[in-house]
Design a protein around this ligand. Structure first.
Ligand code: ZN
Ligand code: ZN
Length: 371
């Protein structure tokens, strides 16, 4: 495509505008609200120099603003402190407090969290919405989980498929997790951590009614680990009644989430289908003159490429039945409806989305066709 001077000027202006007013950059993540709920973009697993990360907490806030996130949590390993010689901090709440100073001037919710870090079979677990991280620093992991529950925390099992703790790369649900679930001390599970999507973790989430989570688990810079590689950071979309701490917490306990990594979307059917429904808009619906071929433009309003397969009784003219609607862009289909219709049900299988291992959701939209 050739850029006209006008478009270059327009791009330059919008870039400057974004820089001056919102910290947001060209890689901003976007997802539409669904009926009854706000779709909040969250990354609830991140590290700084206050555990084994490489940046100061305020950098995490600025990255989140650039990515257009709504909610973040800095979840320092409470026990693992490799920078302790240089950054001694007997108060394990410091990372949160420093980040809060940066976040409070912006429309970004900062959730107080911590990573309870143990050997297998306990593994790593994030407790978020805690009140005092210091109290989680106790010998027995059981006591740490009990304390998190006392503080009203939402707790999720991190990277259960991590090969350092599970050499086959598959999660193993041990008696420890079973007991925590049964006691109401474990509520969610990461199905996407860093670049890894685990179908086995998704199966565990569905079998045990755990909230589906996706996180970056960032230690370095989002730019280096994701953006420069052409990737977007893994996030959890939280379907909340409002953009408040209480609503985010309520939605997490209720399991209203979708984990997202690039074009991969993973969630329970009741969450993922309405999200996909809201993600496509239909424009320029019209029959080609003197034909029964319906031309329709699909607009993807999200920051993820959406991949679909045709599930309608009609076939396409000049398009594969499998097609992509690029992030923030459009795709025009020519549907051979055989006769001119007054209404049409668009029915597509979302091939980049999963509601269970190997199971894609089917999404439909009813379109009114006017002459
Ligand atoms: Zn971890
Ligand atoms: Zn971590």
């Amino acid at each position: 495509m050739k850029f006209q001077p006008f478009f270059i000027a327009l791009l330059a202006t919008s870039f400057l505008f974004a820089q001056e007013h919102s910290h947001q950059s060209s890689r901003a993540l976007d997802f539409p609200d669904i009926p009854g709920y706000k779709t909040l973009k969250t990354d609830l697993h991140q590290h700084t120099v206050f555990s084994d990360g490489n940046v100061w907490p305020n950098i995490r806030v600025m990255e989140a603003l650039r990515d257009n996130l709504d909610v973040i949590s800095l979840t320092e390993h409470i026990e693992y402190q490799p920078h302790k010689e240089d950054i001694p901090h007997p108060d394990r709440n410091r990372s949160y407090e420093i980040a809060l100073k940066e976040a409070k001037d912006h429309d970004l919710l900062l959730v107080h969290g911590s990573e309870i870090t143990r050997q297998k079979p306990i593994g790593h677990n994030n407790a978020i919405f805690i009140k005092d991280a210091n109290k989680l620093l106790v010998n027995d992991a059981e006591d740490s989980f009990a304390e998190a529950k006392r503080q009203g925390a939402f707790v999720f099992w991190n990277h259960p498929a991590w090969y350092a703790q599970s050499p086959k790369g598959n999660p193993i649900l041990s008696d420890f997790q079973k007991e925590r679930i049964q006691k109401g001390e474990l509520h969610g599970i990461e199905v996407i951590n860093t670049g890894d999507y685990s179908e086995e973790s998704l199966a565990l989430a569905l079998e045990n009614n755990l909230t589906i989570m996706g996180t970056s688990d960032i230690h370095g810079l989002i730019d280096w680990d994701y953006v420069e590689k052409g990737l977007t950071r893994p996030i959890t979309l939280v379907l909340a009644k409002e953009k408040t701490m209480e609503s985010v917490k309520e939605a997490l306990f209720a399991g209203r989430t979708v984990a997202v990594f690039n074009s991969l979307l993973v969630g329970k059917k009741e969450n993922l289908v309405p999200l996909l429904n809201a993600s496509l808009k239909f424009e320029k619906v019209k029959y080609i003159d003197n034909t029964s071929i319906l031309e329709i433009t699909l607009k993807n309003v999200t920051s993820s490429d959406l991949i679909f397969e045709n599930q309608m009784p009609y076939t396409f003219y000049s398009s594969s039945p499998v097609f992509t609607v690029p992030a923030g862009s459009t795709k025009t289909l020519k549907i051979k409806t055989l006769e001119k219709k007054a209404d049409l049900q668009i029915k597509l299988k979302a091939l980049g989305a999963y509601i269970a291992p190997k199971e894609h959701p089917i999404v439909s939209w009813n379109i009114r066709l006017k002459e």
